[in-house]
Design a protein. Sequence first.
Length: 191
Amino acid sequence: MPAPRLSSNSHHTMNKAEAAKYLQIGVRSLERYTSEGRLQPGRVRTKTGLALDYAEAELERFKAELQAEAAQVLAGPPRPAEGSPEGAATLARVEPQVLAASKRGGTETSVLVPLEVLARLAAMLGEAEKKPRVATADKLLLDLAEAQALTGLSRGHLRAAIESGALQAKRIGRGWKVRREALEAFVRETC
């Protein structure tokens, strides 16, 4: 990492990439925290225009804030006495987060992931699952991988049969598509 550059007022400042590395977060997370107002960068004029400039003191404050949030999440929400009216309100105030660990460059890092993000990812996966799925056995057109799975023949054998004309297929896009009837006829004739 290059040394942080010094601005005209002689305070240590860092550009976006340096600040993200310093905080051990991604640049997009840094941008999100900035847009949420949790970080207040300065602006510096560069050859290509204005750029964000993060003061080291501001980053140090924010790093402590993130560590405090992580400690709070690891400790878990405070446990109110059973039956107390403040129990539900206390639990509702704590923003639920999950600690995700990853390895970057041989060192293990931990990142807080809000449950809201995980919920959005789960919703996106649910959207993908809503697309109609047809079992291979019910498809009219099969790609070579599906034909291979259905017949048990190797992909090379199927491709050779297509090239020799023994198996009728059509190139659609990058791959071959085989009509189910043609595949069944080929298997009856050759096996």
